[in-house]
Design a protein. Structure first.
Length: 576
């Protein structure tokens, strides 16, 4: 049954891809950006998320909006059919050597996507969030029911949009692996050029370094579930790769090369924030850097204004309804941060929200400790002892970063400079993102976008200091061997058998686990479901919460659609 299920996943991905490419091509043509299939795909993904955000403010996300997006995609293919078909035929003719590895990657990810869901946060709140989105428009004060339901991630909207037809209650098999496949398609050409010793620019080396975490996620990461970290990281890294490539282009070619791709970079940075609010510092600084680059490009005034207007309009289209959803869910646009809270009657009480934020800080420092034990700096030795064991998130990027920095520093002492090093500006958002991650919640999985963007930039600096990063030289084989060795070091770590054993033992696509529930009535008469064991609701009916609050009540006694309020007693809401 695994093979037919995997083929069904592939078929679904192909249909989604076609729709997103068609949708994205409409926006690229509108802002006079040169159309490519990959750029159209990423633009289509970002715009579809914006449409889902706006839709969910007024309506539940059901098959109706999915059909609408599909129709937009078909319309895009009809409108731009000649350009898209020419691009497709050109890709097939010029990239035949890429077709087989790309197909193999997609099939492998589809096979992995058939495995069972063991992602903890899916059971804790992700599955419930998707069910609320599919059942109601954005529910005011949903955080009062369960604080985690205030975590506003547009990745849940995407899962709800896929939760239709044959994939009803199975959409958690589709999304994360799909984005990994899309990133593979984006950076694989650069990796092949480096392997063939003919990189076009320093950007190829940057993307080659990013292949290390991507291959690890493809082979070892959890791809079944309602993940938010991986989608946000992928959006950040793809956007950073586009920005890096534009910064790396020689000044002599600035007028010849269209700069419209920077619009896609700005849009993807905005998309990453809606997937995970912890990307905010990295994404905002990189977004500003993108706009600065757009302002100084050597294009006509008309095109420069058009690109800036397009990036600003599309970013606003993505971020503004996302902020509105956040205010509706919790009363705070960037929850669990309590800044800019709105005085609405469904607002999640600030003491409880502050406790949520303190828990996020504490969990990132030591998930097994009490909040009081992770204050100050006493947590640092224990955190470092655990973090340094993480090969893919700490050890390997740290080795790459320090090696690249050392090589660049030695060559700088010899007065050897890189001819075009504008791409070193990527270090500004990357290092700022690393600092914010470390101070906010330094669990390694929360900062992968900033950590690997830093590693990729410093590694490219070292490589470019030796041979310019473009011309083949005797160092290329050495660098590739080193990167391959580090990749293998990641892959052979303990625990690689478990996801494959779980996948192979499954005879069909498994739905979410069922849990035993009890019913508790609050002082207002509202009945809520509680898991009898643990704190995961999984596929429980609405409303379900592992942390019941006796003060919880409906804003409208007749309908949950109008949301919840509470007095917010943290001692009852959480048992840390």
């Amino acid at each position: 049954m695994l093979i037919p299920s995997a083929l069904g996943v592939v078929a679904t991905w192909v249909v989604i891809t076609a729709a997103l490419i068609g949708l994205g091509s409409v926006l690229l043509k509108l802002f006079e950006i040169e159309i490519s299939l990959l750029d159209a795909f990423w633009m289509g993904l970002a715009v579809s998320v914006a449409i889902l955000e706006i839709w969910n403010l007024l309506r539940p996300v059901t098959g109706s909006v999915s059909a609408l997006l599909f129709c937009f995609g078909i319309l895009g293919w009809i409108t731009n059919r000649s350009v898209l078909w020419n691009r497709l035929s050109l890709e097939l003719r010029t990239s035949r050597w890429l077709i087989l590895p790309q197909i193999a990657i997609v099939l492998f990810l589809a096979l992995r996507a058939t495995g069972p869901c063991i992602h903890y946060d899916t059971g804790l709140y992700g599955a419930s969030a998707v069910r609320w989105i599919s059942t109601y428009p954005t529910v005011p004060g949903l955080a009062n029911l369960h604080g985690r339901l205030g975590f506003n991630s547009s990745a849940f909207l995407c899962l709800a949009a896929l939760d239709i037809s044959a994939w009803k209650d199975l959409s958690f098999h589709l999304f994360t692996g799909y984005l990994m496949a899309a990133m593979c398609f984006t950076i694989l050409p650069a990796c092949v050029r480096v392997a063939r010793r003919c990189p076009k620019s320093a950007a190829d080396w940057f993307q080659c370094v990013l292949a290390i975490p991507l291959i690890f996620w493809v082979t070892r990461g959890q791809i079944v579930g309602a993940q938010t970290d991986e989608p946000a990281t992928i959006a950040c890294l793809v956007a950073a790769a586009i920005l890096f490539e534009e910064l790396a282009k020689d000044g002599d070619h600035l007028q010849e090369s269209p700069r419209g791709r920077l619009v896609i970079s700005a849009v993807l940075f905005s998309l990453a924030v809606t997937f995970k609010v912890s990307t905010l510092v990295f994404a905002v600084i990189a977004w500003c850097l993108t706009f600065g680059r757009l302002y100084f490009i050597k294009q006509s005034v008309r095109h420069r204004k058009l690109y800036i207007a397009g990036a600003l309009a599309l970013s606003t289209l993505i971020l503004f309804p996302w902020c509105l959803r956040g205010i509706m869910l919790s009363g705070y646009p960037f929850y669990p941060a309590t800044a800019l809270g709105f005085p609405v009657d469904w607002k999640y009480p600030q003491p409880a929200a502050s406790l949520d934020l303190a828990w996020v800080h504490s969990w990132g420092r030591n998930p097994e400790a009490q909040i009081a034990d992770t204050q100050g700096y006493l947590w640092l030795p224990g955190w470092w002892h655990q973090a340094i064991r993480n090969r893919s998130a700490i050890q390997v990027p740290l080795v790459i970063s320090l090696t690249g920095l050392a090589v660049a520093f030695v060559h700088r002492l010899r007065r050897k400079r890189v001819s075009n090093s504008r791409w070193l500006l990527i270090l500004v958002p990357s290092l700022a993102g690393v600092v914010f991650w470390f101070l906010a919640s330094p669990d390694p999985r929360f900062g992968q976008f900033a950590i690997w963007a830093t590693a990729g930039t410093l590694a490219t600096w070292g490589i470019a200091s030796v041979n310019g990063g473009v011309s083949p030289g005797r160092y290329v084989s050495t660098v590739l061997a080193g990167l391959l060795g580090l990749l293998l070091w990641c892959l052979i770590s303990f625990g690689w058998k478990q996801p494959y054993q779980s996948m192979l033992t499954a005879k069909a696509l498994l739905p979410l686990p069922k849990v035993s529930l009890s019913v508790r009535q609050t002082s207002s008469g509202l009945k809520v479901y509680l898991p009898l064991q643990g704190n995961q609701c999984w596929d429980a009916p609405l409303p379900c919460t592992p942390y019941p609050d006796d003060t919880l009540r409906l804003r409208d006694r007749e309908n949950m659609r109008w949301g919840f309020t509470s007095e917010g007693r943290p001692d009852l809401l959480y048992r840390y």
